[in-house]
Design a protein around this ligand. Structure first.
Ligand code: NAP
Length: 287
């Protein structure tokens, strides 16, 4: 089967590399900035110049782009060029309404649609250790099983298309709160003259511990946020998606509102391309 990956950023590039490594007939990649996809030629991927060239003849088209607007605009080129039987796998993190729009557009073109966002960041993507939140028709999920096995440790079947995105926004609500809470924990420790290392030692190995706290906490204590595993700008985008979904459900999320505000402050200070842990700089702009 020919597999196409649209978008070779932080996540899309290693995902394409892992799919290619699993001996699919042909893996095609397309990226808006073509040069960023060219390193994937080394592992055997074919770099396409246009979206239409990339999806022609593909059995599955996996989309991994920044945000709702990028996904919608690229799909306007991809959907008419996809061939009968091709499956659309939308893995970017987008909103609930956008996912409904994509489902409707795919149905107009008679294309099976999997709403399949992923959990995990740059390093899990490189190791093929993501978690796929697959939603959509079971036969389409089965047909993409080998693709998901190439990029992920496990595939969670969430239900009908749309359920994957709702689950992803739920998971990200927890992640966003965790990172912001960690930022304030490290900031408070430093202001109180407490070595943050003692905090990590205190939670280490117990029920309060999480590996994520150590990974992101190290970036905060070192004030070193590049290269980004997950950019602050995209994390702020996700906070907005969560708030939109909550508002539709008539639910207030004051913690996520505060997270969005803090992230916005750090982005305004010029840290949008840095790792999401740079939200810490909203609390502690100066060492
Ligand atoms: P990234 O490194 O910033 O890559 C973004 C990709 O989107 C690039 O290929 C970029 O192309 C493309 N793009 C942006 N605007 C575009 C437009 N208007 N038209 C066409 N292409 C456009 O982002 P990422 O970290 O790989 O994340 C990709 C998606 O996965 C996002 O939805 C993100 O929220 C989600 N996600 C990320 C992580 C993570 O930890 N990084 C984890 C799970 C999910 P150029 O190269 O030309 O700019």
């Amino acid at each position: 089967m020919i597999v196409t990956v649209l978008g070779t950023g932080t996540m899309g590039a290693p995902m394409a590399r892992n799919i290619c490594g699993r001996a699919f007939g042909d893996v095609r990649v397309w990226n808006r900035t073509t040069e960023k996809a060219e390193s994937l030629a080394d592992c055997g991927c074919t770099v396409a110049e246009s979206v239409a060239d990339a999806v022609k003849g593909a059995g599955a088209v996996l989309v991994m782009l920044a945000d709702d607007a990028a996904v919608l605009s690229v799909l306007e080129e991809a959907l008419p060029a996809m061939e009968d039987g091709a499956i659309l796998v939308q893995a970017s993190t987008v909103g609930v309404k956008t996912t409904e729009q994509i489902a409707a557009r795919a149905a107009e073109h008679d294309i099976p649609f999997l709403d399949a966002p992923v959990v995990g960041t740059k390093q899990p993507a490189e190791k093929g250790n993501l978690v796929v939140l697959a939603s959509g028709p079971d036969d389409a999920i089965d047909a993409c099983g080998a693709i998901f096995d190439a990029i992920a440790l496990k595939t969670v079947r969430a239900g009908e298309a749309g359920a994957g995105t709702r689950l992803k926004l739920t998971v990200n609500t927890w992640i966003l709160g965790l990172v912001e809470s960690l930022a304030e924990t490290v900031a408070l420790a430093q202001k109180l003259g407490v070595d943050p290392g003692l905090f990590f030692q205190t939670i280490g190995g117990g029920p309060l511990d999480t590996k994520y706290a150590h990974t992101k906490g190290a970036l905060m204590t070192e004030r070193s946020f590049e290269p980004a595993s997950f950019s602050l700008a995209l994390a702020r985008k996700d906070a907005g998606l969560v708030l939109d979904a909550a508002a539709e459900a008539d639910l207030a999320l004051p913690i996520i509102e505060a997270v969005a505000k803090q992230m916005g402050t750090a982005i305004d200070a010029g840290h949008g391309d840095e790792d999401m842990a740079a939200t810490y700089l909203a609390s502690c702009p100066e060492p």
